[in-house]
Design a protein around this ligand. Structure first.
Ligand code: HSE
Length: 343
């Protein structure tokens, strides 16, 4: 077996903890898949005082420059200081694996020019949509992407339609480790807009600025609207959708009314689903756990195994190829397309 692949972990929250458990408790299976052991060498956390950890705790700025490491896994989220740490790791010659959708959406193309960057966990957690777009459908032409890309809001909408109160439903999503550190990223739709920007860049091969995607979150929805929709045969879902329109892109994220016999209506709780309309492959629907510690850790581990095997970082290379493109013009989709918007 080849020499161990040594990693440093930035962040030991819900996802970092789940990843550490997999690496330690399932080490043999991981080594057999990767062709070499993957060793959790060191960890950086924001507040190390009195903290126990499954590897030595070191300061983050030192971790990202440790010469004996092969890769850094960034699971702290947000733009700063994650951006500084990732730049430093890539410039030190380390690979970077991240679940950070906000950072990849906003800075992915420039970052990926610095070195191998992998981010399967940044969109829809356990669903392998990043690799599917970058690798499996590399020679296809993607016409549109429609999906549910946020598990927190999907869970809250389900709970509210069943009679729960918004604040209680949000607190439940936070307890299960679904919500972002600042849950306004979920409920105000910044999170699914960032994920849609990443998918759009990979699918349409155009540079997308996530702040140009119109977003309407779920904060303004009231339980009576959800119950009334259900009585009329609809389920309210937060839909992220994008399509190519020749020179431009139409995209937005907003609550829409889904007929209750449509497949998207049955995507429940923390599940996500993405329908990809590809010119040659046809329509592919990928569905599965889109949030939660084990689901996200599973996608991070998939990237780690690819890195340890020496598989090229195709999605990162694709983003890097867009870095010098002008930003695409984005206009919102119609209020009736792909499904009626909640009035
Ligand atoms: N807060 C995110 C969600 C986590 O609820 O979908 C997974 O990206």
């Amino acid at each position: 077996m080849r020499a161990p692949y040594r990693i440093g972990l930035l962040g030991l929250g819900h996802v970092g903890g789940a990843l550490a458990r997999r690496l330690i408790e399932d080490g043999e299976r991981v080594a057999s898949a990767a062709g070499r052991p993957i060793v959790l060498d060191s960890i950086a956390v924001a507040r190390p005082e009195g903290r126990t950890a499954p590897a030595s705790l070191v300061p983050a700025d030192a971790l990202v420059k440790r010469p004996h490491l092969d890769a850094i896994v960034e699971l702290i989220g947000g733009i700063d200081p994650a951006l500084t740490y990732i730049c430093s790791a890539l410039q030190s010659g380390l690979e970077v694996i991240t679940a950070n959708k906000q950072l990849i959406a906003a800075r992915g193309p420039a970052l990926a020019q610095l070195g191998p960057l992998r981010f399967e966990a940044s969109v829809a957690s356990a669903i392998p949509i990043v690799e599917t777009l970058a690798e499996t459908l590399a020679a296809d032409r993607i016409n549109s992407l429609i999906g549910i890309l946020n598990g927190t809001t999907n869970s809250i909408l389900d709970a509210m339609a069943a009679g729960a109160d918004y604040a209680d439903a949000l607190a439940d999503a936070q307890r299960c480790g679904l919500a972002e550190a600042d849950p306004s990223a979920d409920v105000d739709a910044h999170d699914p807009a960032a994920k849609l920007a990443i998918l759009g860049m990979l699918g349409f091969r155009r540079r997308i600025e996530p702040s140009q995607i119109e977003r309407v979150g779920i904060r303004g929805l009231d339980q009576r609207q959800l119950v009334a929709a259900r009585e009329r045969g609809f389920v309210v879902k937060l839909i992220a959708a994008a399509s190519m329109t020749g020179p431009g892109i139409e995209a937005d994220v907003r609550p829409r009314l889904i007929p209750d016999d449509a497949p998207l209506a049955r995507v429940a709780g923390a599940m996500n689903a993405i329908s990809v309309d590809a010119a040659y492959a046809g329509t592919l629907v990928l569905q599965g756990p889109g949030a939660g510690p084990d689901a996200a850790a599973s996608a991070v581990l998939a990237d780690l195994i690819r890195a340890a095997r020496g598989t090229p970082a195709s999605a990162g290379a694709l983003l890097a190829s867009l870095a010098d493109q002008p930003v695409a013009t984005i206009t919102p989709l119609g209020l009736q397309t792909p499904f009626p918007a909640v009035p």
